[in-house]
Design a protein around this ligand. Structure first.
Ligand code: ARG
Ligand code: ZN
Length: 858
């Protein structure tokens, strides 16, 4: 019954909780170092027979336990480092009171109740609540919360929790006490508390049924001017969920708190979302276009969880993708509607290919419904989130978006107030579509990206071309695919579009030849990535180029052009010399003057990064790739210098506002600048410095800084210093500054070593850790350096982080996943480092699970 800390949780072992606590009365006596927490639960037996009762509890200082008001005799319960066991509960229904102490200021794991800046705040998903108070801390235990917060009114003038404020009192001695009640049932992971000296900003939203909802964003003093974009984003999300799905907000108050020290992006606690400050605070001076878009998406994501996650929640953590895959799909759809659908889809597919495909081909590969885990924190992965979203997108492709909307409403009304599994979601969708979808469920059980091979043969008899598609992966889990395809002739005219459903591992498509002589039609498969697959299809350079110029689906046109580039790398690597580049230049030339959307054009023109190239062509000789990449970029630059100058000048005068037009101008101008900076004469470096000095928008400043660093310009020091002088007081902007200095180029390990001694660096702040250590570990030239210095440095910081913040330590260790693919001594050097991590005396559960998984691949 007791869960020991090294236990493996297996999906097949899942059993409903034998005891439930349908309501809880929580009391916090706040103090930075010694907070007393008391919980009074209503406990009811839910199993048929009385079983031992186990309450989770970690890092808690136990004080007392009572049943129905009577203190338990010490032989009636056992306290351990993972909780309290009551072997023989006296009745089927009783009141249980527990009391314990915690030290929020000493909690550097940033899970449970902890201190950030001047506030105390919580992060409980998935299992942080047990670090606050003894509890049945699992999502299938839903509670009604009443929360009393008491503490020093000058230290904690603001005291927040979920739901509605019920009362507020300040006493003569300066003590303050507030009571919150949440009318909705929720599991412990959605509980939140915030207390501190915060500034409240306010707005409102009128719902579709005419109710006025008060919106509040709480920030640390000095940031109150940076919330207007977040409010706008929230209101857009609320409106969109009403318009698209008929989903209305269900409380009269919606609150967001911006937190400086946060392990992840944000958290959807009922009525009280907590956010990493970088995903709330923005103004045109200090935020890039990318950060504005991230704010829009994440505010929407957390808001959308109110239905997909909170009102209908999870039965167990294996089903995390039920709320995350679905909610990511919803936020992607929202951003497609708010910005440009093709550009948004390109970004999402690029992200999937760069991060999820490698995860799924590497040691961490797992199905979107993991079969087992040791530490759930390790499974907040790009697979569960982004591949999970692709599977939901696939559902919407298979049944159509209108059915999908109906299906979601049906699912939410049928299971409102319950914790369910992916099965309830899929069957709701099948119910509205009035048919079952064979093999769909296998997407939840099969790991790895399916590889679809295409073989083409000509049939003389019928003058047809026959395309045989085969899923070359696991036969244990046959899948269903949606294959959006289009057929073009040799001039690039669109002849036909079709959506085929491929059930099982094979499909055959027959197409008439283009003429009597049997000329082959050009086919574009899985357009806009209509299923999350890798395609193995050898098309000629001529065919790919026609698609890169003429595909009517902008997403597939973009990826066709990328394929031309990757093909050039493959050929050049194979022959050991730079192959003919003219097809790429010709395709680029064709893109000028077409009047394309500016953001789209800038994506089309931007040259793939080193990691992306290496993953796409399967080569891990980064120095070689980097040299080739540089030559390719220089060819483009010298061929199109006048065009890039024109693009730069034409788009130079941008207005610092977040409209599609201005964002597009900035992007295109910056892309032009990127190429101009690769001019061997270096004559454009002054232009970049000028751009940085005169910038009116952070996107302009950051691009100049990044590119000057990337090309290793002699101006780079000036640029770095100028940027620091201007922004040294803004911690979020400095994150970008730290990152840019280690994110590209060789020998950045030494730079990181210097930067971590910078007074503004702080290893306890996850944003700083991500800026410096994660950026370095994602820079292949420095991280996978032959002498092992990159591994050595990162491994050492992982060891430090293990003592401070195990979640960050584990997340950083995941970046060792590709080491088995590296050349020469590197896998051996990595193994040595990982083994020394594995033998740490205080190895955390989080870190242990990751390090062992990667070691097993070596
Ligand atoms: N549910 C949150 C979100 O997706 C993220 C929580 C992440 N938790 C974690 N332990 N990594 O919005
Ligand atoms: Zn989420």
């Amino acid at each position: 019954m007791t869960s020991s800390s090294s236990a493996i949780h297996k999906l097949e072992d899942y059993k409903p909780t034998p005891w439930l606590t349908p309501s809880v009365d929580l009391r916090f006596d706040l103090d930075l170092h010694l907070t007393v927490v008391r919980a009074e639960y209503e406990v009811v037996l839910s199993a048929n027979q009385r079983e031992p009762l186990f309450l989770n509890g970690e890092s808690l200082d136990f004080l007392s336990i009572r049943i129905d008001g009577t203190i338990l005799d010490p032989n009636e319960y056992q306290v351990s480092p993972v909780g309290i066991l009551i072997p023989n509960p006296p009745k089927d229904k009783f009141k249980l009171s527990v009391e314990n102490r915690i030290n929020p200021a000493g909690n550097t794991s940033l899970e449970g109740l902890y201190k950030s800046g001047s506030m105390l705040c919580t992060q409980n998903e998935p299992e942080g609540f047990r670090k606050i108070v003894y509890s049945i801390d699992r999502p299938d235990n839903m509670m009604r919360f009443r929360v009393t917060i008491s503490g020093d009114g000058t230290l904690f003038p603001i005291m927040l929790s979920n739901g509605n404020p019920i009362s507020e009192n300040t006493f003569a001695d300066g003590k303050k006490e507030v009571v919150w009640e949440d009318p909705y049932l929720k599991p412990s992971y959605l509980f939140a508390l915030v207390a501190g000296e915060l500034v409240e900003t306010k707005d409102f939203f009128l719902t579709m049924s005419g109710r006025e909802v008060t919106l509040k964003i709480f920030v640390e003093k000095g940031n109150e001017e940076k919330v207007s974009f977040a409010f706008d984003s929230l209101k857009k999300a609320m409106k969109w969920d009403e318009d698209t799905f008929g989903l209305e907000y269900d409380l009269d108050l919606f609150m967001i708190v911006a937190v400086e020290d946060f392990n992840m992006g944000a958290m959807e606690n009922k009525g009280l979302n907590l956010f990493n400050a970088k995903l709330v605070l923005a103004d045109k001076k200090s935020a890039t276009d990318e950060s504005f878009e991230a704010i829009l998406a994440v505010i929407a994501h957390e808001y959308f969880h109110n239905w997909t996650g909170n009102r209908v929640t999870l039965r167990n953590w294996f089903n995390l993708t039920l709320k995350e895959g679905l909610t990511v799909f919803r936020d992607q759809w929202f951003t497609e509607d708010m910005t440009d659908p093709a550009v948004k889809r390109i970004k999402d597919v690029l992200f999937l290919k760069e991060f999820q495909f490698p995860e799924d081909q590497g040691p961490m590969s797992h199905p979107i419904l993991p079969k087992s885990y040791k530490e759930m924190n390790n499974f907040y992965t790009v697979t569960v989130y982004e591949k999970g979203a692709e599977v939901i997108r696939l559902v919407s492709e298979l049944i159509g978006r209108e059915n999908f909307k109906k299906g979601l409403k049906h699912y939410l009304s049928k299971y409102d107030g319950q914790g369910v599994t992916f099965e309830e979601f899929i069957s709701s969708m099948e119910e509205v579509a009035s048919h079952s979808i064979p093999n769909l469920r296998n997407w939840y059980h099969r790991s790895g990206t399916p590889l679809i091979s295409v073989k083409e043969t000509y049939s003389q008899d019928s003058n047809e071309w026959v395309f045989d598609l085969a899923d070359t992966g696991s036969s244990e889990y046959p899948l269903v695919f949606s294959n959006s395809l289009a057929v073009f002739n040799r001039e690039g005219s669109l002849l036909k579009e079709e959506r085929r459903i491929m059930t099982g591992d094979r499909d055959q498509i027959r197409l008439p030849a283009l003429d009597e002589t049997g000329t082959k039609p050009i086919v574009s498969f899985f357009r806009s990535l209509s299923s999350p697959v890798r395609l193995e299809y050898k098309q000629s350079e001529e065919e790919i180029q026609i698609l890169a110029k003429m595909e009517t689906d902008g997403v597939s046109k973009f990826f066709a052009f990328q394929n031309l580039v990757f093909d050039w790398f493959r050929k050049s690597l194979a022959s050991g010399k730079e192959e003919n580049f003219s097809v790429i230049l010709d395709t680029i030339s064709d893109s000028f003057g077409k009047g394309w959307d500016k953001t789209y054009h800038s994506f089309y023109l931007s040259f793939p990064g080193l990691t992306q190239i290496s993953e796409s062509v399967g080569c891990y000789e980064f120095q070689k790739l980097s040299d080739l990449r540089l030559k390719a970029i220089q060819k483009i630059t010298t061929t199109f210098t006048p065009q890039f100058q024109t693009l730069f000048e034409e788009n130079r005068k941008t207005i610092p506002i977040q409209t599609k037009e201005e964002i597009g101008k900035r992007r295109l101008k910056n892309t032009a600048l990127f190429y101009l900076l690769h001019d061997p004469s270096k004559k454009f470096e002054r232009l970049a410095m000028m751009e940085q000095r005169e910038a009116k928008h952070m996107s302009e400043e950051v691009s100049a800084l990044k590119y000057l660093l990337e090309v290793d310009s002699k101006e780079k020091e000036n640029s770095v210093n100028l940027f620091f002088e201007k922004w040294q007081k803004d911690s979020l902007v400095l994150d970008v500054w730290f990152a840019a200095q280690v994110a590209s180029g060789e020998n950045r390990t030494q730079v990181a070593e210097e930067l971590e001694n910078h007074p503004q660096f702080n290893i306890r702040n996850p944003n700083k850790v991500r800026s410096l250590y994660f950026s370095l570990a994602r820079n292949p030239l420095s991280f996978h350096k032959e002498d092992g210095s990159g591994y050595d440095f990162i491994a050492d910081r992982i060891k430090r982080l293990n003592e401070i913040n195990p979640q960050m330590a584990a997340a950083l260790t995941k970046l060792f996943s590709p080491v088995s693919k590296q050349k020469g001594e590197l896998p051996k050097l990595a193994k040595k480092q990982l083994e020394s991590i594995a033998s740490l005396p205080n190895l955390s559960k989080e870190l242990g699970e990751i390090v062992v998984t990667i070691l097993n691949s070596l």
